[in-house]
Design a protein. Structure first.
Length: 246
């Protein structure tokens, strides 16, 4: 849920990067941190282990340009890839405003990508959030590697619903990363609407109607405790919303 502060004229969005372990979540944040002006970002906080690059989370406060006279701030967070860290993932997803689903484009990562999608669904529902109404974009990462799957093939295998913005990237090489940030911010701000018309504090930023659900195909041996559960504007121009980078 975005934080709106009328006195400071600020809107803060919490964006979570979610996906298979070693799929590029941390690399996205590292690239953003490296290519953004120091005065427009905070510190990138990261804890590494031998098994997984991120044990707890990566946290990057980032300032964007102004929107309708309000400064837009982002809290960019990636979640751990280890199966044992579901409690951490649920904590990180609390009050999330938008999700970047980072897909590893390699053929051998399809099962892990499928797991990540179902795990995201499960962890959002654990906190009472409808995953089908959370603003989301899909980033097909590692497009620089040889032999990656075709994007259309990946989308079919992962059951990506129609209407979700899809982007290609190489977080390691730095392309497609900022386009992904702008895309998820655009979706969130469209749902938020004019911040001048909102109340003070946390406000709702969910899709008006649930989108079609993901239906990952193929065997997913890592799935655990994932029991399907039934979940009971104005158009805004975003041309003035510029990412402060360079």
């Amino acid at each position: 849920m975005p934080l709106v502060h009328h006195t400071q004229r600020e809107v803060t969005l919490k964006i979570v990067y979610y996906g298979v372990g070693l799929g590029g979540k941390t690399t996205n944040l590292e690239t953003i941190h490296a290519q953004t002006r120091p005065e427009s970002r905070g510190k990138l906080v990261s804890v590494n282990t031998e098994a997984e690059r991120t044990l707890f989370l990566d946290f990057l406060p980032l300032r964007l340009g102004k929107f309708r006279g309000y400064t837009v701030r982002l809290h960019l967070i990636s979640v751990p890839g280890q199966i044992a860290q579901d409690s951490t993932r649920q904590m990180v997803l609390r009050n999330v405003d938008g999700v970047v689903l980072v897909v590893d484009s390699q053929a051998e990562a399809v099962e892990g990508n499928n797991y990540a999608i179902r795990n995201l669904d499960y962890n959002l529902r654990q906190d009472g959030t409808d995953p089908d109404r959370i603003p989301m974009v899909v980033q097909y990462n590692k497009r620089d590697l040889p032999g990656v799957l075709d994007v259309d093939d990946l989308a079919e295998r992962l059951g990506v619903p129609e209407g979700i913005p899809e982007l290609v990237s190489s977080a390691r090489d730095g392309w497609g990363v900022f386009e992904t940030v702008k895309s998820i911010v655009r979706v969130c701000m469209h749902q938020l609407g004019d911040p001048r018309l909102k109340g003070e504090g946390r406000v709702e930023c969910l899709l008006d109607e649930p989108r079609d659900r993901f239906y990952p195909s193929g065997p997913v041996s890592m799935i655990h405790a994932l029991v399907p559960q039934e979940a009971d504007e104005q158009e805004l121009e975003l041309d003035e919303l510029e990412l402060v980078s360079g």
